[in-house]
Design a protein around this ligand. Sequence first.
Ligand code: NPW
Ligand code: K
Length: 484
Amino acid sequence: MRHAHTAEQVRAAEAALIARLPEGTLMGRAAAGLAAVCAGLLPRVYGSRVLVLAGSGDNGGDALLAAARLARRGARAEALLLDPARAHAAGLAALLAAGGRTTADPDAFTRADLVLDGIVGLGGRGPLRPAAAPFATLPRRGPVVAVDVPSGVDPDTGEVAGPALRADATVCFGTHKPGLLIDPGARYAGTLHLVGIGLDLPPAPVEALQRADAAALLPVPGAESDKYRRGVVGVAAGSARYPGAAVLAVAGALYGGAGAVRYTGHAAAEVVRRHPEALVTEDGPARAGRVQAWVVGPGGGADAERALREALDTGVPVLADADALTELARLGPAATAGRPAPVLLTPHAGEAARLLAGLGEDADAEQVAARRLWAARRLAAGYGATVLLKGSTTVVADPDGRARVNTTGTGWLGTAGSGDVLAGLAGSLLATGRTPLDAGSAAAHLHGLAGREAAGRGGPITALDVAAGLHGAWAGLRAPDGDR
Ligand SMILES: NC(=O)C1=CN([C@@H]2O[C@H](COP(=O)(O)OP(=O)(O)OC[C@H]3O[C@@H](n4cnc5c(N)ncnc54)[C@H](OP(=O)(O)O)[C@@H]3O)[C@@H](O)[C@H]2O)[C@@H](O)CC1
Ligand SMILES: [K+]
């Protein structure tokens, strides 16, 4: 699992540790790890030009101390101090003592074989300030290595309010920061390197499943399992006008681990033609027979309102997607908040904006995409539901504030019907007894892997390709390491 903590949590853990350690120990550990990553990125350290962009906080201090280490190995290290009067004294002294020097020439940025971005780290808020902003667009020759966080990216949220320095790699200390995992910030971070500095941290509010974590969430049928024990997922989707969404949601559900899929809606004929194993009825969730979780909404059209009401009236978990979300935005949070069985909402940014309006929040789809963690958490708290906000770096937020970020996706998944497959898949995992947070995050992980696999080296894919890739993605996840 990748764990991400907020600046406040890191500072509290740092304070506890600093009280027990000699002064400078933590920054020394951070600088040593940072210098090691930089050395690995340079063809050779000796003779390389290294430029430090140094702000006046400890982030600048870390960068200066790391550059001093590189200078001792023969690098030609220079520091451009953004506020010379307030530069980190110990860091600067170390650099000068190691043979480095200061420069005021911005062209040093373009000449450098490697740039250390030590402008601002955990202390950063808002866009880069005027003295630092021009570096966001200057041409570069070598890699830019962000110290702890790319400057201009909000460490706690991944929001990017203006110019920010795009890094090829980020070396973060003690823990990941949510802003490194969530877009748009994640796009600025490049490859992530974690340097342990011995912090004793509380449970992480934001996590990202790694392969083993996702694998552990997938149900494995025992010898005694029959289709009912494995879970039956109900899918109320599709309509005479949009039968395809039903076919795709059922496809996702069939590959999600449940033992059977019960379909209800006006696309039964198409569903059976494509998936003869589905149990079909036109009666709606109230009379469809026993299921362990309902998926409502994909392509549901006018039927979505009734399907949503009926599903919410059952005592089983409900996943609401697409047209059911539009209905829910109209009904407002009273429809879900306080329901005894869990609810999982799977909006894209536009649907999230409509749901937010139901909570009195004014944000359009673009603003939702820019503030993904905030939007998912606000919806989760407001609707008393787990919220899987789709898009680049899918965020799954629980009403208790915990969140998971999915990093397996590909832009090629932004294709018609791909969300229907995801809804069926996540609903199927819900029916096997997974919590909405586990079902949503495991489904996003698998769906992302299937999308990547389908896209191969890069090329358009269809939602059916994604569904077809789910079996392989699942089997690949469960395979022992190296057996893929
Ligand atoms: N905590 C830990 O466990 C450990 C922390 N460590 C390190 O310390 C870092 C945190 O250091 P920190 O607290 O000194 O803050 P930091 O990020 O340097 O920022 C403050 C400076 O930035 C400026 N500034 C603010 N916003 C800005 C903007 N938008 N654009 C430009 N400038 C902006 C602000 O200016 P001011 O407001 O004072 O005028 C001030 O000068 C952390 O990220 C990690 O690297 C590790 O060494 C070891 C363990
Ligand atoms: K930085």
